[in-house]
Ligand binder design. Structure first.
Ligand code: SF4
Length: 468
């Protein structure tokens, strides 16, 4: 994923920018970048943040990056923001995007004899491609709309010019973009909590496809929001920060409601000593469960954070799993001879959770009932740059369905996504057996949507039911 933040201030914006970007560090682990425009022109810094937090890497840049306008990002993929000079003047672009038709768009650019900078991986930088699309039009506002029309996937972005910042939310609102306001300044932010400690108050949340132009003096609407929204449901279930709100719905509160709904349908709740969550993303769901079931919330695992200050995520899956394991340290006295429900935000590959549960049994747990805070993931996301699953056969759900159905698996996905169908129950029982849990239940899609509280037609649920 990635996260973006921008500031338009009558004063120097760089401190707000520095902390505002840093508060998006949970959305990416590879690169951080910021661009500031001030009296000395544009200045940009991009650093690799894989082993060092954003703040440490950027604090030396702060003195030279002074100005009232700035944008920045945390990114799992390409270095950004991109700074370009063209017939539209000098401008910088930061994106949260997934571009499924990269190859097609790159061919289009080559047909006009354009060029891209070469990246070490020899891939074209996706944000540079967006800048090229913007450059194809006569104004930045037209260019942003054109880029959003051309991209198959999703595209939320900030464009910094000498006059102000364009903030544009994805046409279907898959990812959020919020505006904050304080005296003499506005900010645009993926995460709404990122500006609270900087003194900004909520000003507005951009609707799907809405574009605004932000200066220190105000917000001008360039394009009205569209009617159709498909905001990503996973924002609430997993990757959104607990303090954030999207579409007026608090992440933390949604997780409490979601956990409570899991408890309401749980046949094993009378035999539990306590409820626990896989830290950190399972925690709030487990609190909601415990409150509803009238049992304690306890922490049989606690994350060791002093030397793992951020979510370092190497590309190699087995190294990632090893690091995840090293971070989770058990509290053995809370495990021995106890029956617990353990809630994880979701089950993707299942390998890490299987090892965690095995560890609980080896440490003397009597029973471990596993609950997933969302339904079985059956489709790989094609709208966001999620590193969690690249192919459907990474998903434990799809592997099990394939083993049960062979080549007919794709035809039967509707049955396997329906919690009231025998195929679904068979699949859940099979996953439970393979994983070695005492019992397994997944949150139902209808309950999860109720926990979010928005109309179903406004929420993307493609991961779970394949519906667009
Ligand atoms: S497919 Fe899943 S992860 Fe992707 S946008 Fe939709 S809900 Fe979010």
């Amino acid at each position: 994923m990635s996260g973006i933040f921008g500031v338009a201030s009558k004063k120097n914006a760089s401190i707000d920018l520095f902390f505002g970007i840093d508060y998006h560090s949970h959305l990416g682990t590879r690169r951080g970048g910021m661009v500031v425009y001030g009296k000395d022109g544009f200045s940009r810094a991009i650093h690799n943040i894989e082993n060092t937090p954003f703040r440490t890497k950027f604090e030396d840049d702060m003195e030279s990056m002074q100005g009232g306008l700035g944008i920045g990002c945390i990114s799992d993929y390409e270095p950004q923001p991109i700074l370009v000079q063209s017939h539209l003047g000098t401008f910088a672009v930061a994106t949260v995007s997934k571009i499924n038709n990269m190859d097609e768009l790159i061919k289009e650019t080559y047909s006009t004899r354009s060029q891209f900078q070469v990246m070490s991986s020899e891939e074209v930088n996706a944000t540079e491609l967006v800048a090229w699309l913007i450059n194809s039009k006569d104004s930045i506002a037209e260019g942003i709309q054109y880029a959003q029309e051309k991209v198959d996937g999703s595209l939320t972005l900030l464009v910094l010019t000498k006059e102000g910042i364009y903030a544009a939310r994805d046409p279907l609102g898959r990812t959020p973009l919020q505006i904050g306001k304080k005296e003499d300044a506005y900010c645009a932010s993926f995460e709404s909590f990122a500006y609270v400690n900087l003194g900004y108050k909520d000003y507005s949340e951009l609707g799907p496809g809405e574009i605004v132009f932000m200066t220190p003096d105000g917000i001008e609407q360039i394009r009205k929001p569209g009617n159709r929204m498909q905001i990503c449901a996973f924002l609430w279930v997993y990757y959104g920060y607990p303090n954030s709100m999207y579409e007026g719905v608090s992440v933390e509160e949604m997780r409490y409601r979601n956990g409570a709904m899991i408890a309401m349908r749980d046949e094993n709740r009378d035999e539990l000593d306590y409820a626990a969550g896989v830290p950190d993303s399972g925690t709030a769901h487990a609190i909601g469960y415990a409150n509803e079931a009238g049992i304690h919330f306890e922490r049989p695992f606690i994350k060791y954070t002093p030397t793992w200050p951020r979510s370092f995520m190497p590309t190699n899956q087995s190294v990632r799993e090893m690091i995840a394991k090293m971070k989770l340290v058990p509290v053995e006295h809370l495990i021995q001879n106890k029956s617990m429900v353990l809630i994880d935000d979701s089950i993707v590959r299942g390998t890490q959770l299987r090892d965690t549960i095995k560890y609980l049994y080896n440490s003397g747990a009597k029973k471990v009932h596993v609950r997933a805070a969302c339904p079985p993931i059956t489709f790989a996301c094609k709208f966001l740059n999620f590193s969690r699953s690249r192919s459907v056969m990474d998903l434990i759900t799809r592997r099990v369905i394939h083993d049960l159905e062979g080549d007919k698996d794709v035809e039967k996905l509707d049955d396997y996504s329906n919690p009231d169908h025998p195929c679904y129950r068979h699949m859940v029982a099979e996953i439970c057996k393979r994983q070695g849990f005492d019992s397994l239940q997944f949150e139902r899609l209808d309950d999860m949507i109720k926990a979010i509280g928005l109309p179903e037609c406004n929420i993307c649920t493609y991961c779970w039911n394949g519906k667009e």
